[in-house]
Design a protein around this ligand. Structure first.
Ligand SMILES: O=C(O)CCC(=O)C(=O)O
Ligand SMILES: [Fe+2]
Length: 354
């Protein structure tokens, strides 16, 4: 991986927020203590480390694919740009999205590959991709997508049980076959040239748009805003550990019991900031036609909804509509003013929900 092996370790003198470590193997084997730990992480912060996930090899292959793609001439990458209509799949150039209501620009470029395109390859479901993506679709991207879907489905099944939902209430809303916004993303952030402030936001504060994100970081830069605090804190990457976090759809389905927490990306701390930062995410999102509403067939969820302000967890939209609205309104070309940014917001714009 470019710049990764050579880069300095995460500094010891920077405050970090420790996440709970959830062991995927123990979760899979039904270990009740581990399941309780996952539940605690999912309801209190909505972020946790995942050890023993078994996807390291696929992750390395994806980083290579990302590096090859970002090395293409900009003109070539732009042929596959995600565009301004609310489609996420494809290439996103640096500065194509706002990071806040003032219209400051993001500093990252990334490539998003739809789960549906990877699994149907060589048939095209949503769109075409650069040659570097096509070349690795079968042997790298597809296995990574399959592994990620397996991990996220296992975690979701456990959360479904803890929410007292009937079997399948969550997993059937996220089947591997139904078309959805689920996608794999490789992100490249440039080194901090000539000392841009550490506070120069690379990806603005947001909650994730879908259900469950499976994230792989090498350098620092990811920060969370812990509930009840006002200072952003770094999440330190731990070798061999993924970072998992919940998105808005899970907050809506669970009537606020599950938490989709605010996070952002800034340049890596201290000496790490001199290096390129690479990250990889698989986003599991509900099937396109799935209604985003509380699943009140669980008494636990019905009770949480009854105690919340009326309609708070009724998105009034399908997963596909929610996702397109959020993407479209953060594109800088669509920006009319702060109202455009506000129109891109999800549960992070609902302070009592976060
Ligand atoms: O790069 C990271 O560490 C996080 C990326 C992220 O939050 C996102 O793409 O939604
Ligand atoms: Fe995110």
């Amino acid at each position: 991986m470019p710049g990764l092996n050579a880069s300095p370790p995460f500094p010891t003198d920077v405050p970090t927020h420790p996440l709970l470590v959830v062991d995927y193997k123990l979760i899979k084997s039904g270990d009740t203590d581990e399941i309780d730990k996952l539940w605690k992480a999912a309801t209190e912060l909505g972020f946790w480390y995942l050890s023993n996930h078994g996807a390291e090899e696929e992750v390395d292959g994806m980083f290579d694919m990302g590096a090859e793609t970002m090395d293409l001439p900009l003109e070539e990458k732009m042929k596959f740009e995600q565009g301004d209509d609310g489609l996420s799949f494809g290439y996103k150039a640096r500065g194509a999205s706002a990071t806040d209501e003032y219209g400051n620009l993001d500093t990252v470029e990334f490539i998003n590959v739809a789960k549906d395109d990877a699994l149907a390859w060589p048939r095209q479901v949503h769109r075409a991709y650069p040659s570097t993506v096509n070349a690795k679709m079968e042997n790298v991207i597809k296995p990574f997508v399959q592994k990620s879907v397996e991990v996220n489905t296992t975690l979701m099944r456990v959360l479904e049980g803890k929410l007292d939902l009937p079997e399948g209430a969550l997993t059937q809303r996220h089947t591997i076959d139904e078309h959805s916004g689920s996608e794999a993303r490789v992100i490249k952030s440039p080194p901090r040239p000539g000392g841009i402030s550490e506070e120069k936001v690379a990806i603005g504060a947001h909650t994730d748009f879908g259900s469950l994100s499976f994230l792989h970081n090498r350098l620092g830069g990811l920060q969370v805003l812990v509930p009840g605090t006002e200072t952003w804190q770094y999440v330190k990457p731990i070798p061999g550990h993924a970072i998992c976090n919940l998105g808005d759809a899970m907050t809506l389905f669970s009537g606020g019991i599950l938490r989709s927490n605010l996070h952002r990306v800034i340049p890596p701390p201290k000496d790490q900031g001199k290096y390129e930062r690479w990250s990889l995410v698989f986003f599991t999102r509900p099937g396109n036609p799935v209604e985003l509403r509380p699943l009140t067939e669980s008494a636990l969820i019905a009770d949480a909804v009854a105690k919340a302000p009326e309609g708070k967890y009724q998105a009034g939209s399908t997963a596909a509509q929610w996702f397109a609205r959020r993407i479209k309104n953060q594109r800088i070309k669509n920006r009319a003013g702060p109202e455009t940014w506000r129109a891109s917001r999800g549960m992070e714009h609902n302070p009592s929900a976060i």
